[in-house]
Ligand binder design. Structure first.
Ligand code: KIV
Ligand code: ZN
Length: 508
């Protein structure tokens, strides 16, 4: 019997710490439902003390998750732990995840505490968490730069205090696989009571080694991997969930483990996270990138036609990449549309379904074939998006090679209609300048990118916009068959996210 490796998904917590990836409650709930469907063992839903919004989001997620355990993050102090418990206590299977740093660098410069003080706080925090919750995970932040002797002492005491999972974070993505594997082996040898708890790892990708380090860890005795969809997360991100799961599955001759994740939901989950966060998946990303199963060279294509095994180590179908996802068209009715929305995993009230159906009809008038990606885009943009301060009402652009590009824009700002016109270097520039004038915002445009959501010239263009203000970045997305309208939607979405972010920061 192969041993199980638990998959602890932290897309909603560490993933949300990716620059620009702020999500609202409805978006987080939708992601949690998808992670539950993917069958991850644990969903880390948030860091409730960090803001009122995070606390509310975790409480909402708890209500909707049916199978997975739900974890909330807390530092080791009483207030953090009680706030985490307040948010997660009604979950079917709640987890409090508490952490404190153990490296001398963090002790000296960040915590300004002695080793003894950190040891005491870790024990106190875990003990308190255990009075509230049966499942308590303890993380020794910056484990890989900690003194091994001290690290093992803290972990032994945390287990004695009642921790049920011990997590070893490579917080700054510093470790290399052989070294990290060796650390896990040492911990298994030296930490008292380690055999009674789940040994977990949490790797960051600063050197591009997060997946390799996680695999080295499980080969040396770890039985839980913390990871995120598309590998998103703080700085260079975290271990990519889809890569770990598929590595275990594909190289089961060497990695004699199993996970409970259902791989055929990986692609849809990846697409959903990308759509909601606005973080585009690079085409050459393993498992879920657009080119992950594309064979370009003649020799490879010839090989694949003769026998897939020549160049394919796993099939696109196994991770849920559909051959075609054309599902609906102009003549599809209300019933078929709503059914497809449900099949895609959305649980929406009737009034939202009706709203989405009306938008679908408008789109189907412009575009003959409607794909799953189009439906997803409608639901994310029309239903899940955060409450808007700024809303596009009307856009008219005149452009060409013999005229000065001009945009006339009408918007709702806090419910009030405002109209303006403006010029620019091109139609997008004219549109953005006019929106900026209307909204009186100061954000700087860092990035602008257009992609086609599906194939064909009538496909919807999906625009991604990254804005920066006072050191904070946000990512906005918008889709439309007209790329200038898509650009305006993306820009306005980013401005709304910036407003949301400002409110969240004030609340801290
Ligand atoms: O990277 C890290 O150390 C973390 C901990 C809170 C687990 O995210
Ligand atoms: Zn982390």
């Amino acid at each position: 019997m192969k041993e199980q490796v638990k998959i602890f998904d932290t897309t909603l917590r560490d993933g949300e710490q990716s620059p620009g990836a702020a999500m609202n409650v409805a978006e987080k709930v939708r992601i949690a439902q998808q992670l539950d469907k993917l069958n991850v063992d644990i969903i880390e839903a948030g860091f409730p003390i960090s803001s009122e919004g995070d606390f509310e989001a975790v409480k909402e997620i708890v209500k909707t998750v049916r199978r997975s355990q739900v974890a909330a993050l807390a530092r080791t102090n009483r207030e953090d732990i009680e706030r985490a418990w307040g948010a997660v206590k009604f979950a079917k299977s709640p987890v409090i995840h508490t952490f404190i740093a153990t490296s001398d660098i963090h002790l000296k410069y960040k915590l300004r505490k002695t080793r003894q003080e950190v040891l005491n706080e870790a024990v106190k925090g875990v003990r308190h968490a255990r009075t509230l919750c049966g499942n308590v995970e303890f993380s020794a932040e910056d484990s890989t730069r900690s003194d091994v002797e001290f690290l093992c002492q803290v972990l032994s005491k945390a287990i004695e205090a009642g921790a049920t999972t011990i997590n070893i974070p490579d917080t700054v993505g510093y470790a290399i696989p052989s070294e990290f594997g060796e650390l896990i082996r040492t911990i298994r040898k030296r930490v008292q009571g380690i055999e009674k708890v789940t040994l977990s790892v949490h790797c960051h990708n600063d050197l591009g080694l997060a997946v390799a380090n996680s695999l080295a860890a499980i080969q040396n005795g770890a039985r839980q991997v913390e990871c995120t969809i598309n590998g998103i997360g703080e700085r260079a991100g975290n271990t990519s969930l889809e890569e770990v799961v598929m590595a275990i599955r594909t190289r089961n001759d060497l990695l004699r483990f199993h996970t409970r994740v259902i791989p055929k939901h990986l692609f849809a989950t990846s697409r959903l996270i990308s759509k909601i966060t606005g973080m585009v998946v690079q085409p050459n990303k393993a498992i879920v990138g657009a080119n992950a199963f594309a064979h370009e060279s003649g020799i490879h294509q010839d090989g694949i036609l003769k026998e897939k095994l020549t160049y394919e180590i796993m099939t696109p179908e196994s991770v849920g990449i559909p051959k075609t996802s054309i599902v609906l068209g102009k003549l599809s009715g209300r019933h078929a549309f709503k059914e497809r929305v449900r099949e895609l995993g959305y649980r929406l009230p009737e009034k939202d379904l009706e709203l989405a159906f009306n938008r679908f009809k408008q789109l189907a008038d412009k575009k003959r074939e409607i794909y799953d990606e189009d439906i997803e885009s409608i639901v994310v943009e029309e239903i899940l998006r955060m409450p808007h301060r700024f809303k596009l009402v009307y856009l008219n652009v005149i452009a060409g090679n013999v005229t000065v590009p001009t945009a006339t824009v009408q918007m709702e700002v806090d419910g009030k209609l405002i109209q303006e016109a403006g010029f620019g270097d091109g139609p997008v520039d004219a549109t953005f300048k006019t929106i900026k004038k209307i909204t009186r915002t100061k954000s700087k445009l860092l990035q602008f990118a257009i992609n086609a959501i599906t194939r064909g010239t009538e496909a919807q263009g999906e625009v991604t916009v990254r804005l920066e203000e006072k050191g904070y970045t946000v990512i906005g997305q918008g889709a439309d068959t007209d790329v200038i309208v898509a650009s305006a939607k993306a820009y306005i979405n980013a401005l709304n996210k910036m407003e949301f972010k400002k409110q969240k920061l004030v609340g801290m």
